[in-house]
Ligand binder design. Structure first.
Ligand SMILES: NC(=O)c1ccc[n+]([C@@H]2O[C@H](COP(=O)([O-])OP(=O)(O)OC[C@H]3O[C@@H](n4cnc5c(N)ncnc54)[C@H](O)[C@@H]3O)[C@@H](O)[C@H]2O)c1
Length: 251
């Protein structure tokens, strides 16, 4: 089904995990996709995978914590594809797993810089590009954006911030036909989840899975399906919302 034919979509963090799965799904739905990431080899591989399936994609190197990169990403999209309809602001880092007083200010600035300031900067440039004709923005928060996450205070604060940013901007830009929502993944099987498991106390990942209703981790594609729906006209009355995709972890 080519629901997104004629649409142009940016995916940040598009080189791996949830972003990669979403870039592939967007392309299968007919969108022209900008794969934006700071990891070049993996990002170019995603572009090639899309092209092998007959889709259209552009590689764009970006560090979302640098405003000039975010601006260049949107400029390159407009130059190459002529418009911007959808943006999935998803690039993120987990940061140090440590007690709050041991996390360090360097970790705080890094995590907030990528996860929150990065989303803000991407949105500013995307909103300017969408204002004339409308669009849809989806930001990646987390279950840690609706509940405290012990030993991940900076990460949890950044994701709570993403939800506040999403809701505030949604109220401002609805009049321009721009819908802005967030997704809150639970335990998704990606490199980030492996990294967190490796630096957490032994058994804590198993405990997390045991606490979820479905008692399993998700594939990245299961988050991508929600992002696709929120991006599509099927979600035409949905804005300012945040959606759990967590297998019942928070329930
Ligand atoms: N995996 C999970 O369990 C989980 C749960 C909740 C939320 N999330 C969120 O989902 C998003 C995607 O994470 P993932 O699990 O797919 O992880 P991942 O590590 O597989 O992918 C993250 C991608 O973001 C890119 N990236 C990181 N910092 C960047 C920067 N400054 N500029 C550009 N690109 C950058 C990485 O290169 C990588 O390709 C993140 O925002 C993460 O916080 C993940």
């Amino acid at each position: 089904m080519k629901d997104m034919q004629g649409k142009v979509a940016i995916v940040t963090g598009g080189a791996a995990g949830i972003g990669r799965a979403t870039a592939l799904l967007f392309a299968r739905a007919g969108a022209q996709v900008v794969v934006a990431d700071w990891s070049e080899a993996a990002g170019r591989e995603v572009v090639e995978a899309i092209e092998r399936e007959g889709g259209e994609a552009l590689w764009q190197r970006v560090d979302v914590s640098r405003d000039e990169d975010c601006s260049a990403m949107v400029d390159a999209t407009l130059r190459h594809f002529g418009r911007l309809d959808i943006a999935f602001n998803n690039a993120g880092v987990s940061g140090r797993i440590a007690r709050t007083d041991d996390q360090g200010l360097d970790n705080w600035h890094k995590v907030i810089g990528v996860n929150l300031t990065g989303v803000f900067q991407c949105m500013v440039h995307e909103l300017r590009a969408m204002k004339a004709h409308g669009g849809a923005i989806i930001n990646t928060a987390s279950v840690a954006g609706v509940k405290g996450a012990p030993y991940s205070a900076a990460y949890s604060a950044s994701k709570h911030g993403v939800i506040g940013l999403t809701r505030s901007a949604a109220r401002e830009y609805g009049k321009y036909g721009i819908r802005i929502n967030a997704v809150c993944p639970g335990y998704i099987q990606t490199a980030m989840a492996d990294e967190i498991a490796a630096s957490s106390a032994p058994g804590s990942s198993d405990a997390l899975l045991a606490a979820s209703a479905l008692r399993r981790a998700a594939e990245p594609g299961e988050v991508a399906e929600l992002v696709l729906w929120l991006s599509s006209d099927k979600a035409s009355f949905v804005t300012g919302a945040h959606y759990l995709v967590d297998g019942g972890l928070i329930a």
